[in-house]
Design a protein around this ligand. Structure first.
Ligand code: SF4
Ligand code: SF4
Length: 95
């Protein structure tokens, strides 16, 4: 039997501070960033522009994109002054 609307949990609840980390929202994306390591100078400009804070740095260098939270917006690719990031179709997304 289908649940009525009163039995469905309320969405968008902030049950505790920082609970958004529990939800891997990156599965919304249609495209994902790919970096060309030969072009990348590790200037880290893209890190400052990513609205999801999912470009990870290690030892002062770009380490990886956290695709669990990346929305595929492409801002990093647009802002990279060296055109080192291209957006590729995310074949794992559910369209
Ligand atoms: S902005 Fe471009 S060159 Fe700079 S770290 Fe990011 S990918 Fe590399
Ligand atoms: S595509 Fe958007 S969310 Fe993903 S790493 Fe680039 S700027 Fe961040």
């Amino acid at each position: 039997m289908k649940k009525n609307y009163k039995q469905i949990p309320i969405g968008g609840m902030i049950t505790k501070a920082g609970n958004s980390e529990e939800y891997k929202t990156g599965d919304w994306k249609s495209f994902k960033p790919e970096r060309d390591e030969k072009k990348c100078t590790n200037c880290l400009i893209c890190v400052n522009y990513c609205p999801e804070n999912c470009i990870k740095v290690k030892n002062g260098k770009l380490n990886h994109f956290d695709l669990d939270y990346c929305k595929g917006c492409g801002i990093c690719a647009t802002e990279c002054p060296f055109k080192a990031i291209v957006m590729e179709l995310d074949t794992e997304c559910e369209l």
